[in-house]
Write a protein that binds this ligand. Structure first.
Ligand code: PLP
Length: 380
């Protein structure tokens, strides 16, 4: 079978397709599964201008001005020191995931992924000829279980992918967990890929720690960033891959062969966004914390939900076991009976079963309306 013939549609984005189809058929749908970010303080600030001489294919590594600005941001926000030759611009973190897999894997290699995790990792690994091996997060609070990860390591294991802040659980992994994982990666001669796309969304007194700070694994660490989440710029399709120079060189060559170069207008917007980050970021984080707290308070009116307070990212991941339905059936019931779209926890792996994911990306009033409709439409 051709590789692409076996590629499934994105589990998270398929819900959006369904919402669009139902709305086109005239139904009112409350979308708690995705949508346009609100607030999006950078959209429409100033259109980037492209001079006639710039209207050409650019540097496959990403323009130097972008990489310089990103290196500054990494140092300033995360205490991670990397040069311009240790980063490449990508078309969103999605390209970063796939090209990391292409750079690291040989056919049949295994990559340990957390269960649950973002549904993009396994298909990208498979496209690159590898195999995702899920390892469940531990306990109701979804801790990183480094002993279980070590137990899953085989001679074919090449890398571990973690996401922090974590989609879908909202966990922000702590220093002890991440340091233990870094120790394992070093001891067992693996790579660590860390997706930090939600690095801005860390609430209360939690702190985001980038594994880029662990110098001992610097030459075996790839960090992925996105302007879709923390910068609320998903339509610009831009992200950054940070890693050892040799990995970046391979990724840049592959970009040159398959893509030529990342859209210059998006690179300029990303730069402007970073230059003004201190102005807009605190209000953006507060807005998401308010959405999290408001939605949690509404869900808490229903005692059958198993609720925990997400430390970061912008999702709620309530347990729904007490409703007596599978995650897929619960999700289908809400959409059919109440017109409320959420994402089934099963999309994120076997350990996501018994949960649904509520996406807080949309405007607060729409979230309140959606959460109220959800309570009205619950199975009896
Ligand atoms: C864990 C994670 N990383 C990255 C992204 C964003 O990727 P991109 O930058 O390609 O939009 C998402 C989007 O849902 C995500 O959940």
């Amino acid at each position: 079978m051709p590789v692409l013939a076996g590629l499934p549609p994105s589990g998270t984005l398929a819900v959006g397709d369904r919402v669009r189809a139902l709305r086109a058929g005239g139904r009112t749908i409350f979308n708690l599964a995705g949508g346009a970010p609100d607030p999006a303080p950078l959209v429409g600030l100033r259109g980037p201008t492209i001079a006639p001489a710039e209207n050409a294919l650019g540097d496959p590594w990403g323009e130097s001005f972008l990489r310089k600005a990103f290196a500054d941001r990494l140092a300033r926000r995360h205490g991670v020191s990397r040069s311009e030759r240790e980063m490449v611009a990508t078309i969103g973190a999605k390209q970063g995931v796939f090209f990391s897999a292409l750079a690291l894997l040989e056919r049949g290699d295994e990559v340990i992924v957390l269960d649950p995790c973002w549904s993009t990792y396994a298909p990208s690994i498979a496209l690159a000829g590898g195999r995702a091996v899920p390892v469940a997060l531990a306990g109701p609070d979804f801790r990183l279980d480094v002993a279980a990860i070590e137990a899953a390591v085989t001679p074919r294991t090449r890398a571990v992918i973690v996401t922090t802040p974590h989609n879908p659980t909202g966990r922000v992994f702590g220093e002890a967990e991440l340091a233990a994982l870094a120790g394992l990666v070093e001891r067992r001669d693996l790579w660590l890929i860390c997706d930090e796309s939600f690095d801005l969304f860390v609430f209360d007194d939690n702190r985001h720690l980038s594994p880029g700070r662990f110098e001992a694994i610097r030459e075996r660490t790839i960090l992925l960033y996105s302007f879709s989440k923390a910068f609320a710029l998903p339509s610009y399709r831009i992200g950054m891959l940070v890693g050892p120079e040799e990995i970046c060189r391979m990724v840049a060559v592959c970009t040159q062969q398959l893509i030529s170069s990342v859209c210059l207008a998006s690179q300029k917007v990303a730069c402007e966004a970073m230059a003004r980050e201190d102005e807009w970021a605190p209000a953006l984080r507060r807005a998401y914390q308010e959405k999290r707290d408001t939605c949690l308070a509404i869900l808490a009116e229903e005692p059958r939900f198993g609720l925990s307070v997400p430390q970061g990212s912008f999702y709620l991941f309530p347990g729904i076991q007490r409703f007596g339905l599978s995650s897929d059936s619960f999700t289908a019931h809400l959409l059919d009976q109440a017109g409320v779209a959420v994402t089934s926890g099963a999309v994120f792996g076997a350990a996501g079963e018994g949960h649904v994911r509520i996406n807080l990306v949309g405007p607060l009033p729409a979230i309140v309306e959606g959460a109220r409709a959800l309570l009205r439409g619950l199975p009896t």
